[in-house]
Ligand binder design. Structure first.
Ligand code: MEV
Length: 426
């Protein structure tokens, strides 16, 4: 570390990307190769990146793979997935292939309603305050409509009002929910603006104090649903089906297992959400909160056996994704990803995301109930180890195969084998 090292860099945010990199090279161990690496922002222009977030010095490329074999609502659909995790894309391809004979995946949504919360404290008569707010329904609608006339023009905007008295460690709080149809927008900006506009009026009408005015990521009025039948013969027979059903029941009964089970679903969900420039954290927070809505953290999917003995899966998940605004609009990769899927509305996108989540879960349950995950992982792991040992081209597969035969997947073994291989070649 340089002797000049300090994290206090006045004006860092006003510098250009180039200047920031030069500054970092001065302060840290960043050498010129690393500076050049960061300066290559790939297919996201540095200026665009610089306008997306603060203090930009580069970009982080994540592979995008395309999931094949999907039939969603009768339409052949190709889905780009951005993920750093191996096997995720292949898993969706496999799962989708096995339900094609039964028509693929059917989807639906509950609509595009988002919730914004306004927190009111310091009223000694919370029930009375609640009624006072409810009586202002028309005023609240007018404030919201005025805040976002564009949304209104597109058929969205304020739809409903809910007011709850919440018991907290600080005594009762009065929580107003603005229910807003955000159409093709994820909606955070729209509903936050509305909550901020309505907040002072709620304080005025009730005599209390308003603190938080922010959306809820528990978007339980913006659910996407996916369901599919996997014919028992396609999946390997009744034993495989029963193992998968047992795996689901385990997850549904045990939060320790449900966390991993739902993580697997999010492998697919987040990959599509990221490829389209949407907010992965918002979706993940909403999904996990929804999984705990009964008071116990449970599986987001449900698995059953139909009258013909086939395996039937369903997934219901809050999916607040948008097409207009944010990174989705400005990131060229996100725009291209949407073109691959051929989606024209946020509703369509959310349905594809749910379909991928369901397929991902099918694949995970199947591999877990049969061979286990390590066999597939080890094949890829062996290739990575071979590359780490310096293997190139054909050497990678040759080394990976040999290490698997030996049952020893380690860098030192790979180095030794590489030496032998190259000596043999000379
Ligand atoms: C790994 O990223 C995902 C799985 O652990 C999911 C699961 O256990 O269901 C395979």
């Amino acid at each position: 570390m340089s002797k000049n090292m300090t994290s206090r860099i006045p004006g860092f945010h006003t510098m250009s990307v180039e200047e920031r990199l030069a500054k970092l090279a001065e302060l840290t161990d960043l050498d010129q190769d690393a500076v050049a690496h960061f300066a290559n922002t790939g297919n996201l222009e540095a200026g665009t990146a610089d306008r997306m977030i603060e203090n930009v010095i580069g970009t982080m490329n994540i592979p995008i793979g395309v999931a094949t074999n999907l039939i969603i609502d009768g339409r052949e659909t190709l889905v780009p997935m951005a993920t750093e995790e191996s096997s995720v894309v292949a898993a969706v391809c496999n799962a989708a292939k096995q339900c094609r004979a039964a028509g693929g995946i059917a989807t639906g949504t509950s609509g595009s309603l988002m919730i914004a919360q306004v927190q009111l404290v310091g009223v000694s008569d919370p029930e009375n305050a609640r009624f006072k707010i409810l009586e202002r329904r028309d005023d609240i609608r007018a404030i919201c409509d005025e805040t976002d006339p564009v949304l209104l023009k597109h058929g969205g905007g304020y739809k409903d009002l809910e007011v709850r008295v919440l018991e907290t460690a600080d005594g009762p709080m009065v929580i107003t929910h603005l229910i807003v149809d955000t159409r093709d927008a994820m909606g955070a900006n729209a509903v936050n603006s509305m909550a901020e506009a309505v907040g002072p009026k709620i304080a005025e009408w009730t005599g209390g104090r308003v603190f938080l005015r922010i959306l809820s990521n528990l978007a339980d009025r913006r659910l996407a649903r996916a369901r599919a039948v996997w014919p028992v013969d396609e999946i390997g027979g009744p034993d495989v089906r029963d193992g998968m059903l047992s795996a689901f029941r385990f997850a549904d009964a045990d939060p320790y297992r449900a966390a991993t089970h739902n993580k697997g679903i999010m492998n697919g969900v987040s990959a599509v959400v990221l490829a389209t420039g949407n907010d992965t954290r918002a979706i993940e927070a909403g999904a996990h909160a929804y999984a705990a809505r009964t008071g116990r953290y449970r599986s987001l999917t449900k698995w059953e056996c139909d009258a013909d003995g086939n395996l039937v899966g369903s997934l219901e998940i809050p999916l607040a994704v948008g097409l207009v605004g944010g990174a989705t609009k400005v990131h060229p990769t996100a725009q291209a990803a949407l073109r691959i899927m051929g989606v024209g509305t946020a509703d369509e996108l959310s349905r594809i995301v749910a379909a991928v989540g369901l397929a991902q879960n099918f694949a995970a349950l199947k591999v877990l109930a049969t061979s286990g995950v390590q066999k597939g992982h080890m094949a890829l792991h062996a290739k990575n180890i071979a590359v780490m040992a310096g293997a190139e081209g054909d050497e990678v597969d040759a080394l990976a195969d040999r290490m698997r035969e030996l049952g020893k997947i380690r860098v030192d073994v790979a180095e030794e084998l590489l030496g032998e291989l190259r000596a043999g070649k000379r």
